[in-house]
Design a protein around this ligand. Sequence first.
Ligand code: SAM
Ligand code: DTB
Ligand code: SF4
Length: 344
Amino acid sequence: MNSVTFAQTSAAPGRPSAWTVARILDLYQLPFLDLLCEAQSVHRAHHPANTVQLSSLLSIKTGACPEDCAYCPQSARHETDGKQEPLMPVQEVLEAARKAKANGAQRFCMGAAWRSPTARQLDSVVEMVAAVKAMGMETCVTLGMLKEGQAERLRDAGLDYYNHNLDTSPEFYGSIITTRSYQDRLDTLERVRAAGVNVCCGGIVGMGESRKERAGLIAQLANLSPYPESVPVNNLVKVAGTPLADTPDIDPFEFVRTIAVARITMPRAVVRLSAGREDMSDGIQALCFMAGANSIFYGDQLLTTANPQVRQDQQLFERLGLKPAPADAAPSLEPAADHRSAYA
Ligand code: SAM
Ligand code: DTB
Ligand code: SF4
């Protein structure tokens, strides 16, 4: 193992030490195989080996979003070919959830292209969450910013996870989104946490950010106290008509490094290899699992873009000897017998 020394930041007893951007950059700079080896051993100390959680995704309200997120095909400000659909009826959502369950998904995630849900919109989502939960699936929604009391209503309906991404580092954020601030996002995450709903929060790489800015995103996530239970790492899906459509590809090994660094800095989180798998080779996906990814979106569609076909993922799992996580394997951030990583 390459010998790299890290300045230890002092931390209060029982609290993990803070992850500085410099320490995270030190991880990024390790030889690739050292980084992977370390990430896999951290992974095995906290999670069952060869096991991947499966979540299916459904867009319950599509397009015409007032926000200006530069990566997103659903923003009304971009000229994309994306379709626009009003909020789906509950019965159609349930039909999709039943299919996802029959295919083997443990969690059903519902996404809406809103800045923030109104009280009436939340009523409908509350109904959907309760009905999906009653089918015996874990539930997740991503609806934009939440106002006071909304997280509690979702929790009472049986919501297991709320997805709300920081997307990128505070420094790069202003070149990607101007219609809501980093602090707005942190406020929503705080409301979700305070309501006792599991936090699903990650970001996107490949938007033209620097490595330091990728490290800045990981630092933000890892220093949340506690850090998120679920961390989606998305590779930008470039959609024609969005301002980021012509962004150069990120080196796939840099994407794998980002997964590894997320695994090492957030050992108990479930790290999700999220958007971008459709354009990723099987080899790179296998390296992402080696680097500690233990969740994927499973199903032919993400929100508006394609995901690998279910049959294709089943074959990949067979070839790699991976198995789906059991449905009741919801993560817990309760301190486990902590793996003493040389890098933690
Ligand atoms: N409108 C809500 C919001 O932004 O909070 C929820 C839906 S939004 C589509 C959920 C997340 O999907 C975004 O925060 C972003 O991280 C991710 N996402 C959207 N478009 C993407 C793209 N083209 N490539 C990768 N990830 C994307
Ligand atoms: C997340 O981090 N990735 C998912 C989920 N959370 C909602 C969304 C990916 C969207 C990719 C582009 C699309 O399909 O529209
Ligand atoms: Fe709207 Fe969410 Fe897309 Fe931003 S990421 S434009 S808020 S749907």
